[in-house]
Design a protein around this ligand. Sequence first.
Ligand code: GDP
Length: 366
Amino acid sequence: QEMELHCVGCGVAIQTEDREKLGYAPPQALERETVICQRCHRIKHYNEASTVTLGDDDFVRILNSIGNTKSLVVQVVDIFDFNGSWLRGLPRFVGGNPILLVGNKVDLLPKNVNRNRLVNWMRKSAADLGLKPLDVVLVSARKGEGIDRLVAAMNEHRKGRDIYIVGVTNVGKSSLINRLLKQFGESEMDITTSQFPGTTLDVIEIPLDTTSSLFDTPGIVNRDQLVHKVAPQELKLIMPDKPIKPRVYQLNAEQTLFVGGLARIDFVKGERQPFVFYLSNHLNVHRTKLAKADELYAKHKGELLAPPGREAAEKIVWDTFTFKVPSGTHDIVISGLGWIALHGKGANVNVHVPKGVAVGLRHSLI
Ligand code: GDP
C-alpha cells in the first residue's frame, strides 16, 4: 500500500513529477526523514514566510475573484524592476476590468531622466507583455510625489467602482497604501481587514464612499526577481535608497565590468566609449579585462565580487544576453538592478545575469 507523503511545512501532498506544480519536491528529498516541498524550502531559505509564490492557488483565486467584480485594477510596479514586478497573466485573470499602471520609486531617479520617456517605455513594455493600461502614473510612495495625480487618475477611471491594488512584493505597495490612507484622510476612515473569499490571505478594505472601497491585495512573490538571489541583509545594497548618482566608465573593447557578483557586462567590440551606470550607490563596480573575467570571478565571487555572499553565489545559474547596441543613446536595462546608458558609435555587449532576471534594450531616458 502506498503512503501519501505530505510536506511538513504546508501539509500539501508531495509530488516529484512537475516542478511547476504545487507540492513538488525533488526525488532525493524523499529520502529525508521529513519531507518539505520546494515552495516551503524556498520560503525557509529566502525567509519569506509571509508571502506566496506566483501561480499559487490562493493567488489565482484572488485574481479570479477580481475578474468577477466590476472594478478598476491598479497594478503597482517598481520602475527599477519592471519585469520582476510583473504579474503574469493579469489581464486574462481580471477579465474586462481596466488596469491602471503605477510606477513607484520615482524619487530615486536622477534629475536628468526624462519622465515622459520613462512612461512611454513602461507603456511599450506593458504592451509587449500583453497589457494595455488605461494610464501610466509615476509616483513616489516614500516622498509623496505624484500621489495627487494618482488619486485623480483613480477617481477618474474608477467611475464609482471598487479599486483593487495588486503587485508583487517589494514594489512598495504597502508604502503606497499608507500614502493613500493619508491622502483620503484616515481619521474618517474605517479600515477593515478580512480574508479574501476562498483563500487564507488577508485583504485590507478602505472605504472610498458609501458604495465602493479600495482593496489592498496580498503581495505576491515573483521568484525571478533579483532581490531573491541575495540574502535579506544584502537587499539594502542592491535596492537604491537615495537618488542614483550616475557613474561613468570609459571603456575599451574587451573590457568587463562586474556589478558586485550580480551582473557581468562584457564590452566585446566597438570604439572606446563611456558606459554610464545607474545603480544603487552602494553597489561596487569592478573593472577587468574580458580575457581575465572568468578567472577573476572564480577567485573572488562572494567576496570582492559581492553581493551575493559566497553561499548564494555558488547557487547562481547564469544566463547571457547578447546585444548589438546601435549608435546613439540606448540603455541596457537589468531588471531589479538599474540600467547602463551607452552613447557611442555602437557596441557589441554581452550581459550575464542570474537566470530568470530580464535584460533588455531601450531608447535612453536621458
Ligand atoms: P511591498 O512589499 O510592495 O508592500 O513594499 P514595501 O512598501 O514594504 O516597500 C518595499 C521597499 O521599497 C521598502 O524598503 C521601502 O522602503 C521601499 N520603498 C517603497 N516605496 C518607495 C518609494 O517610493 N521610493 C523609494 N525609494 N523606496 C520605496
